[in-house]
Design a protein around this ligand. Sequence first.
Ligand code: ZN
Length: 363
Amino acid sequence: MKRTVTRLADGRELIYFDERDDAVHAEVDRRDLPPPPPASELRHDPLLDEWVTVAAHRQSRTFLPPSDECPLCPSTEDRSTEIPSSSYDVVVFENRFPSFSDRHPDEAPTAPNTLVPVRPGDGRCEVVCFTSDHHTPFAALPVERAATVLAAWIDRTAELSTLPGVEQVMCFENRGEAIGVTLHHAHGQIYGYPFVTPRTRTMLAVAARHTERTGRILGADILAAERAAGDRVVTANEHWTAYVPAAARWPFEVHVVPHRHVLDLPDLSTSECAAFGPLYLDLLGRFERLFGTASPYISAWHQAPVRHPDRGLAHLHLQLTSPQRAPQRLKYLAGSESAMGAFINDVRPEEAARRLREAGEAR
Ligand SMILES: [Zn+2]
């Protein structure tokens, strides 16, 4: 794999990840762009002890442009996009409308009151384009490309983890308008958060209690229990198992977990990396076929935070969730979920696993 680093017209970094070692990207971004917006504002919610990001500039970001105005397609003679090159395999660049960035505003944010501390939204937000083809979803990529995307995720996790202020790195893909995707071209994002996210903080506290009680790693014990039970396993290979968690929150939710206790993506071995792509593409294919049309989904990596004292208790996994519960029917986060954080799932996890297994057999 060849890695080529360049800068866009407004100074943002862009990195090409090419499968061919002789790939050349000499094109220059010819656009006249305003400087990127300054970092957003973090406000601390005193009721929940959680940071909330206020990024008002994101209101003006590109929203569902027609395909001939797609900013993620390669540039042509007549049209300059976010990617200056005329072709690419995988490309990563700093988000033009970031939730977090290292560009500080001229004036420090002021606290709304003494109970709500504020600070700049330090960190980094990147966009990952999985293919130069506007119409190809991740599920239809060749295995080699899935490997290149994984290599880019590993590269970015390692680099963002070294940035001052970044506490946690999440690689994720939102797919489908139902999820709120604003661009159809297959792409994902990478967030370098300036704090440990609420979900991760809770998971680490629970994992620490489990280790204190048993001396064991919680993620490994859950994986072993799911593999032993088997009825929620969707698919597996030598290095990975994909299962519907016993207490799944979403109509269709799958966790993809390495068999070895791995903390983050850079921790994966060569053979674990090679085994991930085929299994993940198989799983995404099942979500494409489940209801006859492609299901919307959120696919997100849970990695150990960068420097949390309990990071060694984390267990790398990918969480794939779809709000689609039936053809044309979506689950919305309504009263119980939105107000109380208490999920009510309309689909039995064992039934979801069975349907996903069958969606594989239909190939
Ligand atoms: Zn496109």
